[in-house]
Design a protein around this ligand. Structure first.
Ligand code: F3S
Length: 427
């Protein structure tokens, strides 16, 4: 790989052993990918902490958080002192919500390790956004900006909706990027790899957030890790719909970028979305495909009694919390059903000020931050049947936690929390 002088200096150790190891990792990674060079990045979103049992034990055994960063962010068995990050870096979701530890079944020992990890991360200069949606809380990359992000739902959002450029990075490459401000220049950093591969024509209106989730789930299954171009959008989707569409497509397939003709920034026209290439396949999305997706995301659901309603995958925006409050105000949840809504801590602060947290708590629900049920493996005790409004969560939660999950609209989920029973249907 061709290295510039500043990169050679880092590799030679001029900026200390941690930066040297970070550059060595990026060079090995780039060469494995056949990248010709590295590209500068000033925006990294990754993860550092040690809240999973394995990492907690590792931190205790090896003597602290530098050991965790060395091994799991820099691929180095030798423990080196980690300096402050070189570029703007955000922390993604964590494994627990320390403010709801007891309800989530998390011990105070784990909370202490979380707090140690949080202090360590902030000490390095990593922004404690603690969300899978940094773009909802102030980290909004601009069109053409080279980023190094992990978290599939965030990667697809910033590539597609914002026109920023990132591949789906990992814990190691984002850790190395934080210390160097570099990432291999390949994949979606390059113009030619951002063109559409499959044309998807919509034969039906796709309007609600649940519909966008179903469309995303079907598209991901069809195109896997290619780039779909969707044509025929009749209702302008908002942030929540684009977020749910992308999260679903990245779950059922490995989609990292999509184009919506007339909506997303690199697809003013179908021609722009495909560039010089032609679609390798043309597919149509109609009622049969929508029903197929609905049945897939409900494949584990059998029992109508719902123990748990989980909202906020990806983490809810303030608008989505407000929408739930419209449905919930003055109501009371079933005594047998828990409602947990996940969001970023800074959005919860706004929800607190706006009175939304109070409305949800008055009804018997809880607003949680930093994590989610699938990532944190946190459920109310005894949960057998959940209800979710996210195709992504419906895809992962039953597999990870061995429970049933209903998928439906936000309104159906809120009603299930009130009634304790699932009454949703595909309309
Ligand atoms: Fe976020 Fe958890 Fe969903 S981290 S995208 S809420 S699986």
């Amino acid at each position: 790989m061709r290295l510039r002088d500043d990169e050679k200096a880092m590799l030679a150790g001029d900026q200390g052993p941690a930066v040297q190891k970070a550059m060595d990792l990026l060079v090995r990674y780039g060469e494995a990918l056949d990248a010709e060079c590295l590209v500068d990045t000033r925006n990294v979103a990754g993860t550092i902490g040690a809240t999973t049992p394995f990492l907690r034990q590792y931190a205790e055994r090896e003597g602290g958080m530098d050991a965790v960063f060395s091994e799991f962010n820099l691929d180095s068995a030798e423990v080196v002192r980690i300096p402050k990050v070189k570029v703007f870096s955000s922390h993604l979701q964590q494994g627990i919500d320390p403010r709801h530890a007891e309800r989530q079944g998390i011990s105070q020992d784990v909370v202490r390790i979380y707090e140690t990890g949080q202090a360590y991360s902030s000490g390095l200069g990593v922004q404690p956004l603690n969300t899978c949606t940094p773009y909802q809380v102030g980290n909004v990359p601009v069109k053409g900006e080279h980023c190094a992000w992990m978290e599939s739902s965030a990667v697809i959002y910033i590539n597609s909706v914002l026109g920023a450029r990132t591949n789906a990075e990992g814990r190691e490459s984002t850790g190395a990027a934080m210390l160097t401000g570099k990432i291999p220049y390949w994949g979606l950093h390059l113009d030619e790899n951002r063109r559409g591969t499959h044309l998807i024509q919509l034969d039906i209106d796709v309007s609600t957030t649940a519909d966008w989730g179903l469309l995303g789930y079907w598209v991901g299954e069809q195109v896997q890790d290619c780039i779909p171009v969707i044509e025929g959008v009749s209702h302008q989707p908002n942030l929540a719909r684009l977020k749910h569409f992308g999260a679903a497509a990245a779950s059922s397939g490995g989609v990292e970028m999509y184009h919506l003709v007339g909506v997303t920034p690199e697809a003013r026209t179908r021609e722009q979305a495909f560039g010089a290439s032609r679609p390798s396949a043309t597919l149509r999305f109609g009622e049969a495909e929508r029903r197929w997706a609905y049945e897939q995301v409900n494949v584990t659901a059998r029992d109508a009694q719902v123990d748990f309603v989980m909202l906020g995958c990806p983490h809810y925006s303030l608008e989505q919390i407000w929408e739930v409050c419209q449905l919930l105000e003055g109501q009371r949840l079933s005594a047998n059903t828990e409602l947990w809504i996940f969001t970023a801590a800074s959005i919860k602060q706004l929800a607190d000020v706006a009175g939304y947290t109070h409305i949800i708590e008055q009804a018997g629900g809880h607003v949680m931050t930093d994590t989610c049920s699938a990532i944190g493996k946190v459920l109310p005790k005894g949960t057998r049947v959940a209800a979710v409004d996210s195709a992504k969560q419906a895809h992962y939660l039953p597999a990870i936690m061995g429970i049933q999950a209903w998928f439906g609209t936000t309104a159906e989920c809120v009603q299930a929390a009130i009634d304790g029973r699932w009454k949703g249907v595909l309309k």
